[in-house]
Design a protein around this ligand. Structure first.
Ligand code: ARG
Ligand code: ASP
Length: 720
């Protein structure tokens, strides 16, 4: 009897073990793969070696990956410097070249020759030449018992020295960053190209298909890509924009696989993930999802509702607020997914179990026990103490961000400070510059009626969410003068001269002293100053001293985890916008009872979502025609056109535009998002539901070739 039970149980255990022998969590440092990951990667199906991914002696995959403008990733896909990234990463460049006559956002843009490629001021592409561990030298003067600021200046002094003595070419730069919460330091020698030109972009009805409704959602049908090209000086080195610059001859260009992927195929994503916090203690995870995310979601929810109601009835407001709405909605939606995901996977319980295991192992080791006694409790305790301050910080930053009038007040205040420090003689010149900037940026897309209505909602929420002791002084005084009623207060605030460009210009066009006098009494400016002062006096000072303590304990706890689990668990450093590789498998998932998501989408799904004329789900006529004729050229499979797929690669913001590579290191897709249920991967990665979303490279090629007829670009690429 017993035997009969034992046997199936044994089989199950073995199955579980064999299923779990690989881990897909982790954003790994490319120069450490051979020691830490190569064996596992090969076990999962990888056919190349760690040296093919990162090498300083020969061209390797890393030489094809760039940080795109510091906020996204892009990759070189031809030996003429052609760059592939997301549509949403190229969005502001595409927007800047767009006008009503040439609306590239709406209609797409395709340069038919090198001459037609468009330059983008301020956009850059940074390659990583080599990475070095400089921990020892960086921490050389750090002594036990140092305060946080003493420690930091001891480190900064050493870092300056390292920067000065490290060998590099004249056109290269050096970046040093802390890892593992400041326990380790790595140095990057980089090369930044500043002439990056726009080459091609599909219309938004392909590149942003599904827009906010589909954002963070699977199944997905977005062709989220755009093309750029790196130009170099005639010597091949980085150079400022010049029409004489030439397409870059890269050290390495990715080859492209036409084979697609199937379930369980090995994939890796290589790029620049921005920020994660995977090693927080349970109290911090709880605080993040239950308090901080909730506060930010609440504020944005109210702001978005107001904007949406106006966008629906006023086409002018719809244009003005489209980008702001998308920007605000992106993380609003992400945080909601994060809150739900942590709950659904019992993320807090998981942390508590991890902490119990940590404590058990710690207690088994007398030396470590002595070194780290009380650490975890103390860290959790500091997180409890910091909570009301952190919560207020988030309410404050959402208030100032979403009520644009407060934003304008801050801009005017810093302009006046600038005049103050340069001298009143400079006033006229500085004023012209300031006003021109305000006109083309702030007021271009500003509607004071929308803003007024947002302010009523958010001021109320702020007072509800922030403890009374943090809302004292002049701030409380102004509320009292307005009977503690946000409607009355808003009415007064919006009599401000900052509510329109013309009114602001009228004030500033007076002599300097008169302008200052009038602005001093402006209700929006006085209120913004009172708000900021109450925050600085009562919140940000205690917050920063508590934060310094938390940072110190968090750094020690990071080291403690690495010591306690030494040999039992591998640790990857939290994302910090440096080059990382993550790997996983193409995989479906089941987010909740009776729901199973397949791992591929097809053009058929685009047509299922098609709503003629809709701003999110319209489909271009040419694409419908190609679909009807099944005219997919060499890019379709069995009469179908693949569009997107998912896998268990551990990615985050900044990984947008990163290449998805197959077992041979060939390009199979372009990373651009994560699934709704898995956005909590930034604090609590769970392989059962965390998936990254990629557009299939064949869909990208199909759009370039069959939809746009830009075969000159296809001819540059190496298709396998
Ligand atoms: N969620 C993706 C990321 O975080 C895509 C955002 C762009 N798309 C949008 N509809 N806002 O960047
Ligand atoms: N969409 C994100 C980005 O732009 C990627 C992510 O958060 O998964 O980087």
């Amino acid at each position: 009897m017993l035997q009969r039970i034992v046997k199936p149980v044994m089989v199950m255990v073995l199955l579980l073990i064999s299923h779990c022998t690989f881990a897909t969590e982790g954003m790994w440092l490319p120069q450490l793969l051979s020691g830490l990951n190569e064996k596992e990667m090969k076990g999962m199906g990888m056919k190349i070696s760690a040296a093919d991914i990162y090498s300083i002696n020969k061209g390797s995959l890393k030489d094809a990956i760039v940080s795109f403008g510091g906020f996204c990733t892009a990759e070189v896909i031809s030996d003429q410097g052609l760059l592939l990234t997301n549509h949403h990463c190229g969005y502001s460049s595409i927007q800047k070249h767009s006008s009503l006559q040439n609306n590239f956002l709406e209609n797409g843009f395709w340069a038919r020759s090198l001459n037609e490629e468009l330059s983008n001021e301020g956009l850059f592409a940074t390659f990583i030449i080599r990475i070095e561990d400089v921990t020892k030298a960086a921490l050389k003067d750090v002594k036990p018992g140092m305060s946080e600021s003493e420690r930091q200046s001891a480190i900064d002094k050493r870092l300056n020295e390292i920067r000065e003595t490290t060998k590099k070419e004249s056109w290269q730069d050096i970046v040093i960053k802390p890892f593992y919460e400041g326990n380790q330091y790595f140095l990057f020698v980089t090369e930044t190209y500043k002439d990056v030109r726009l080459v091609g972009a599909p219309p938004s009805s392909i590149g942003k298909f599904g827009s906010d409704t589909d954002n963070w959602v699977w199944p997905r049908h977005t062709g989220d890509f755009s093309l750029f090209r790196i130009y170099a000086g005639k010597d091949g080195k980085p150079a400022a924009y010049s029409k004489d610059n030439v397409p870059l001859k890269p050290k390495y260009a990715l080859t492209i696989s036409m084979k697609g992927v199937k379930k369980n195929d090995f994939t890796m994503v290589f790029g620049f993930p921005g920020r994660t916090t995977e090693y927080l203690p349970s109290e911090a995870v709880k605080q993040t999802v239950e308090i901080l995310d909730a506060a930010k979601v609440e504020m944005r929810d109210a702001a978005l509702k107001v904007i949406d109601s106006y966008m629906r009835k006023d086409p002018q407001i719809k244009i003005q607020y489209a980008a702001k709405y998308a920007g605000t909605a992106n993380y609003w939606k992400k945080w909601m997914g994060e809150m739900q995901g942590v709950k659904r996977t019992d993320g807090i319980g998981r942390k508590l179990r991890y902490e119990a295991e940590y404590t058990r192992l710690l207690n088994d080791n007398p030396a470590l026990k002595q070194q780290y006694a009380g650490l975890l409790d103390s860290l959790n305790d500091y997180y409890r103490q910091i909570q009301p301050y952190a919560q207020t910080r988030d309410y404050y930053s959402e208030l100032v961000k979403n009520v644009e009038l407060f934003n304008a007040a801050d801009l005017v205040i810093s302009f006046l400070n600038q005049v103050n420090s340069s001298g009143a003689a400079q006033y006229t010149e500085l004023r012209e510059k300031f006003l021109a900037g305000m006109k083309s940026t702030f007021y271009q897309n500003y509607n004071s009626t929308v803003d007024h209505d947002i302010s009523i909602e958010l001021l109320n929420l702020y007072n509800k969410g922030v403890p009374e002791t943090f809302r004292g002084g002049q701030y409380a005084e102004i509320w009292k003068q307005n009977n503690n009623d946000s409607r009355e207060l808003a009415k007064v605030l919006f009599t401000s001269s900052l509510t329109s460009y013309d009114r602001l210009a009228k004030v500033l066009n007076q002599p300097y002293a008169n302008a200052v006098e009038q602005l001093k009494n402006d209700p929006a400016i006085s209120f913004a100053i009172a708000l900021r002062n109450s925050f600085v006096d009562q919140v940000s000072r205690p917050l920063s001293s508590l934060q310094a303590k938390v940072n110190q304990l968090q750094r020690t706890y990071m080291q403690a985890q690495m010591d306690v689990f030494a040999g039992k668990k591998r640790f990857y450093p939290d994302a910090n916008s440096t080059l990382r590789i993550t790997y996983g498998k193409v995989d479906s998932y089941s987010p909740r009872d009776a729901v199973d998501y397949d791992y591929y989408t097809y053009l058929d799904g685009v047509m299922e979502k098609y709503v003629p004329g809709d701003y999110e789900f319209d489909v271009p006529a040419k694409l419908i025609e190609l679909y009807k004729k099944k005219d997919y050229g060499r890019y379709g499979v069995n009469g179908k056109m693949p569009v997107c797929f998912i896998a268990s690669n551990h990615t985050t913001g900044g990984n947008s535009g990163s290449p998805a590579l197959n077992a041979y290191g060939q390009l199979v897709g372009l990373n651009f998002d994560r699934t709704w249920e898995g956005t909590m991967s930034d604090i609590n990665y769970d392989p059962s539901i965390c998936r990254n979303i990629m557009v299939d490279i064949r869909y990208v090629l199909f759009i370039i070739d069959k939809y746009a007829g830009c075969t000159r670009l296809i001819n540059e690429m190496k298709l396998m």
